[in-house]
Design a protein around this ligand. Structure first.
Ligand SMILES: Cc1ncc(COP(=O)(O)O)c(C=O)c1O
Length: 475
């Protein structure tokens, strides 16, 4: 018998120690993974240590090295050492962290961590909070409270009556929103047809005139959703202008700050978030820029009593503790993982200064990557990053937009196939682009230059493969 915990420690160390040399993108096909890991349901048990060995061997080829320094796809990073270790403890402790009565330590850790986060983000001290599985569920949590509050304002008790016969809720957003907001609206029965897009400027920031125009009619239940950094170019809405307009019309204001709320932690980037504290609710992620393991998101709500009224569940057998914050009063789950514990560890590992430094480093590397990639032949930067998100397009002179879309996707595909770096693609203002997203604590200058060199080699090879009119495209 081998100890499964020792084996897990060994495989975890091997994986983390190899991040710099492993291919960044997982290489196994779905069928290869099915072959390695599947088969019929075992009729009998096996040695626990052997299971862990087989799991690591089978899963290895299909693992993305997003915990390393050269994974720039989507908004994904790795985890700080203390956060990984704390996450192991969470599993070993196995506390059911919905209520103080059954999980005193982890409940108090969550209470402390939520207060620290409010402080870190400069949110109003009266805010309540919830630790969710990610920003998607942070949106659902915050918008469930918003739904409760705007309907209560209209004289409707949604908890008791449901949405049957309720006044319609209008959701004002921009075309630049993340699709998890649409999903949240659907999940909460508010209906996608009740979402209206407010006009935006060139970089997707909401236009105040159009918002004022849309809110000028008779007052009705309204939720406005704003962006603290959109996923393509990191655009921030102008909170200081937009929120007072919405408030004057009685609207609830929710902010998607999945990663952008972290701009608030840095003196260099904080101004991007000016006025954000005027909102009613905020959603963000721990598993993005705080570099804690999946899954971890957070919702904050200014009106704690509305939050509790919309979400809390009670039953006599549950023995609530009157003097302590029971997590189950603030989020959807009853039985739940103690997901605040790795956040607590990460905040202690970094401190306020360390979080700011992490944010600033990532933003600096994003600028270096976007400008370095954009300066390559056949490449063009589409934005100057304001935060940690950038876009680069690959174009051949004389080619059509559609051909350059395909070329851009091919450059991304081939770069990822090298294993040197990993990028994702997107469509922005109607054209395909490579997304450059930097959120990892591990990324350093060497990762930046190594990744630019990888793309440069791909471009060179493509030039040799397909000779033709490919002069520079005016970057
Ligand atoms: C701006 C924005 N909002 C929401 C989300 C959803 O976050 P999660 O995947 O944690 O649910 C993302 C994810 O990338 C995002 O970038």
């Amino acid at each position: 018998m081998t100890d499964p915990l020792d084996r897990a420690m060994h495989h975890a160390r091997t994986w983390l120690d190899g991040l710099d040399t492993a291919p960044v993108g997982g290489r196994a096909t779905a069928d290869a993974l099915r072959d390695a890991l599947g088969g019929p349901l075992p009729e009998t048990g096996a040695d626990a240590g052997d299971i862990i060995d087989a799991l690591a061997a089978g899963a290895g080829p299909g693992l993305h090295a997003n915990a390393g320094g050269r994974f720039f796809a989507w908004v994904m990073a790795g985890s700080l050492p203390s956060a990984v270790a704390a996450d192991w403890l969470v599993s070993a402790w196995d506390q059911n962290s919905g209520m103080f009565t059954v999980a005193p330590s982890t409940t108090i850790i969550e209470e402390i961590t939520g207060e620290w986060l409010k402080d870190l983000f400069g949110l109003p001290p009266e805010c309540s909070f919830a630790f969710t599985t990610g920003c998607q569920l942070a949106h659902v949590t915050a918008l469930a409270v918003a739904r409760h509050a705007v309907l209560e304002q209209a004289g409707w008790d949604v908890g008791r009556e449901g949405l049957y016969g309720a006044p319609a809720i209008r959701i004002l957003t921009s075309a630049n929103r993340h699709n998890t907001l649409d999903a949240a609206v659907r999940y909460l029965g508010m209906g996608e047809t009740h979402m209206e897009s407010v006009a935006t400027g060139e970089f997707g920031n909401m236009r105040a005139e159009d918002l004022a125009e849309k809110l000028s009619g008779p007052m009705r239940p309204t939720i406005l959703c704003l962006n603290a950094a959109d996923l393509n170019v990191g655009t921030f809405d102008d909170f200081a202008t937009l929120i007072p307009i919405a408030k004057a019309a009685g609207a609830w204001v929710h902010v998607d700050g999945a990663f952008g709320l972290f701009a608030r932690t840095s003196p260099a980037y904080r101004a991007l978030t000016d006025g954000i504290e005027l909102a009613d609710s905020w959603a963000t992620d721990g598993h993005k820029w705080l570099n804690v393991p999946y899954d971890c998101g957070m919702a904050f709500v200014r009106d704690a009593s509305a939050h509790r009224a919309a979400i809390a569940k009670g039953a006599a057998y549950l023995s609530p503790s009157p003097d302590v914050r029971d997590p189950s009063d603030w989020n959807f789950e009853l039985s739940r993982r103690a997901r605040a514990v790795p956040v607590y560890a990460a905040l202690r590992e970094l401190g306020r200064a360390g979080v700011a430094d992490l944010v600033e480093r990532c933003c600096g590397y994003c600028v270096s990557l976007v400008s370095g990639l954009g300066a390559l032949p056949d490449a063009r930067a589409l934005n100057v990053p304001v935060l940690n998100q950038g876009l680069v397009r690959f174009e051949r002179a004389g080619a059509t937009d559609a051909e350059n879309d395909a070329f851009t996707d091919e450059v991304i595909r081939r770069t990822n196939a090298t294993g040197e770096a990993f990028f994702s693609g997107t469509t922005w203002n109607g054209v395909r682009a490579m997304r450059v997203s930097v959120v990892s604590w591990r990324t350093d200058e060497h990762d930046v230059s190594r990744s630019i060199a990888a793309v440069a080699r791909v471009l060179l090879r493509l030039r040799h493969e397909k000779p033709g009119p490919r002069e520079g495209t005016g970057h």
